[in-house]
Design a protein around this ligand. Sequence first.
Ligand code: GAF
Length: 352
Amino acid sequence: MDYRKIFNTAPDVEARAPGRVNLLGEHTDYNDGFVLPTAIPQHTTVAIGFSPDDHHHFYSAELEEQVDLDPAGANPEGFASYVNGCIRILETAGHKIPPLNIFVTSSVPIGSGLSSSAALEVATLRGLRSLLQLPLDDVEIAQFGQQAEIQYAGVSCGILDQMASSLADTDHMLFLDTRTLDRQILSFPTGAEIVVIDSGVARSLATSGYNQRRAECEAAAEQLSVKALRDITDPQQAEQLPEPLRQRARHVITENNRVLKALEGITPEAFGELMNASHASLRDDYEVSVPALDALVDILQTTPDVFGARLTGAGFGGACVALVTKGKGDAIAHSTLERYNHAGHNGRLLVS
Ligand code: GAF
């Protein structure tokens, strides 16, 4: 299925954007903290042309679903809410958007914590930038995408996913300070590559405890009299807070410290230790893991040639990322999935 088959004409532009996997720095972005994602090979492509009538027409190839939309009408549900959200956000910023045909196709798995929604937002915004010659840079694309997600998908997300999709590539790690948006492109630890495995437990940010975690962090920052938890570097300072704010703050503070440590050009072994510690912190302090993710991480962490492994993304289901000896990724993924699925799970390989 392609644009021509649905809309009986050729598109005017095509644009694409990748999903991402975050190596370290989880649940730190909405605390003004530090993150370290990389792009994954899976990506979303949008083809866009002008609508022949006064409605938008959006089509998702994977869902085989078409949404016809009055541009002045209510926000739709599902994939169309992200596409429409991007259009609305641009309109709010003063850009004039005519009725459009938009065809979406994606290889980024949905609900696996690899930012299928950010890939859709960034691809849509890139397509609109090129179709309408909008004067937007890649950071603005990420910022508009984040606003679309917050205002039209109901997720109070940070900017990690959209910045990764807009600015990262698959051969490097992108270090980002989410407060200043300062960033550095870094090489992977020497002699290492990544493996990403889906736990088979799907999750949705809008229905998970994501927004609640964010509110807890804001409450913790307020009680500690700082603008954001990023402003605290000593985890001891969290000890004065009541539970669960103490645990939540401890995770964010130690996680930020782990990202900064990873910038010091450390060995893959040391980087892996940071990933293992990140998982323990997400599981015990932030309480966003689930038994299936713990089981998958446990298998990975006890497999030879794995430097470290952790859940990646928001948690509550989704995928795990492991740092492994270069060249061993396929074999490790294969043996891990055999053990994991033998125990009754439904895991699958996403990146190796
Ligand atoms: C989701 C959010 F969209 C990101 O902003 C980030 O908070 C992440 O969860 C957790 O690190 O992907």
